[in-house]
Structure formats: C-alpha cells, structure tokens
Ligand binder design. Structure first.
Ligand SMILES: [Zn+2]
Ligand SMILES: [Zn+2]
Length: 164
C-alpha cells in the first residue's frame, strides 16, 4: 500500500456544490463491472475507500440505488459521480469516493482490479496489479451471506484481506 499521507483526503464535484473529507483511508482499486462503467460514464470506476465514520460530506449529494447492495451518490447540479455506500452489514463501515473527484488523485494509486470479466478489450493496463473477476450471481450471494450473518462487522478492505 502507498505510504502517501495527505490527511485529510479532500475532494468534491465539478461545480463545488458537494465537498467531502475522509480521514481514514483504507485503499484504492479499479472496478470494471458494467454497473461501474455506466455509473462512471467511463471505461472503469476508480475508487478510494474510507472508514465511513471518518468521512464528512458537505452539500447534498443525490443517492441512486444501483443494486440491492449499494447506493451511489452524485452531485445533482453537475452530475459528478462521487460516492458508494454499501447496504450490507459486512461492508457498512465503508465509504467509497471516486478517485477522479479527489483533490489529489495522484496520491491514491489503485492496488487491484475488480470485475475483470467486464474489462473493455481495447483497454490495456500493463500495471501488473492483481485482477479479480466477479462470480456469477455475485450480488445474490452477498445478500444471502448478509441475511445469514446480519451482525457481522466490516472485514476490512479486501485488497489487504487478500494479500496476506
Ligand atoms: Zn456539482
Ligand atoms: Zn463495479
């Protein structure tokens, strides 16, 4: 993981109506899944993860429930994709911010690729980072696990969990 420390991590949308600040950075990654491509309006979604209780938002982002496991926040005035909040207990401690909305995206290099099964074929990223595909019915399995273990806390950022 990068040792860069720029706390607090600040950012905001294109028009400035929504600003945020995260104090506990937990990691960064790319997601190439179709929902993230559409939500980002780009070939992938690059995101930084923070502890939710360390995160402060000023302004009023709009929230869109893109699936049963997450809500996506964006600026209603300028449309910038900003946040992801998970609705399952296991990841409920996390707040995701889009790397492009950070004031210093250069300080937050992604460490992993998710959703590699949907990576756009013309996109070549020769970074040597680990790539993980989402299993079929990934969301349904997460929800089933969530219902079976309603009291589980966050297991921490998955990059770290997988790199032991
Ligand atoms: Zn805005
Ligand atoms: Zn995704």
């Amino acid at each position: 993981m990068s040792e860069t420390k720029i706390e607090p991590y600040t950012g905001g949308c294109l028009c400035g109506a929504v600003r945020y600040e995260g104090r506990e950075f937990q990691g960064a990654a790319y997601c190439h899944c179709r929902m993230c491509q559409q939500a980002a309006g780009g070939p992938f979604y690059a995101f930084a993860q923070f502890a939710r209780d360390s995160f402060r938002i000023t302004g009023e982002p709009k929230w869109y429930r893109s699936s049963e496991i997450m809500d996506r926040g964006f600026c209603a005035a300028c449309g910038t994709p900003l946040f992801v909040k998970y609705r399952i207990a296991k990841w409920s401690d996390w707040l995701i911010a889009s790397i492009g909305s950070l004031d210093h995206p250069e300080a937050v290099p992604p460490q992993r690729h998710y959703g590699s099964e949907s990576m756009i074929p013309w996109l070549e990223i020769a970074d040597g980072l680990p790539r993980e595909s989402y299993a079929e019915r990934f969301i349904e399995k997460l929800l089933a696990d969530d219902r079976a273990n309603p009291d589980q806390g966050s297991a921490g950022f998955r990059v770290d969990a997988l790199e032991d």
